[in-house]
Write a protein that binds this ligand. Sequence first.
Ligand SMILES: O=C1O[C@H](COP(=O)(O)O)[C@@H](O)[C@H](O)[C@H]1O
Length: 230
Amino acid sequence: MYEFQEFENGAALADALTVEVAGALAHTIRLHGKAALALSGGKTPVRFLEALSRYRMPWNDVVVTLVDERWVPETHERSNAGLARRHLLKGPLSNIEFVPLYRPVPTPEEAVAEVNRVIADLPLPFAAVVLGMGEDGHTASFYPGGDNLAAANSPDCKAQVMAMNADGAGEPRITLTLPLLLAADEILLHIEGAEKRAAFEKAVAGDDVLEMPVRSLLKSEKLVKVLWCP
Ligand SMILES: O=C1O[C@H](COP(=O)(O)O)[C@@H](O)[C@H](O)[C@H]1O
């Protein structure tokens, strides 16, 4: 199920998303002393990450990771970890705990066992996961046509992370799996622009999760908060 919130512009959306995420983190820290946050990459999150980086809260009690990663080193312009470092993990947040998904080995398949162990050691469930969506209906690295899509996007998946290879993905990927995302206390989907709004409308109008993998979240019993601006 989902709840759709529309914002006037990207700045208003970024501020509202920051308040949602910070609230979820603060709540979990109050209850458990430590909170985990999983963020998306791509182009959309820049303004939100900048707003979050300015937010004052007990960041030393937070561990940050990613919902997915492109199999490139952090120095590569397409690295999701690089994006988080440039726009969130800076200034007073430079030294907070960050768990990247990339490892310097040729393929995600060679790293997946180790990354699974590291993610399983986080203070789970995530206090919040912030997802994005492509116009093809992918979210995290659940790509239409992905070799591990059916397994990673299944509510029965036992792994925390899986490798993903898909024609539309640009490079090999590693992704958190559906049960881990759905277990989060707050699930937020951040989309911007008319094309993504149209893709979202198409996603909610259909049921085939292999065609548009974001449907697995939107049609689940967990509440997904969708934040959109033109
Ligand atoms: O490749 C990815 O794409 C999606 C959407 O990215 P955007 O550039 O259209 O905002 C993103 O959510 C995901 O984390 C990323 O790896």
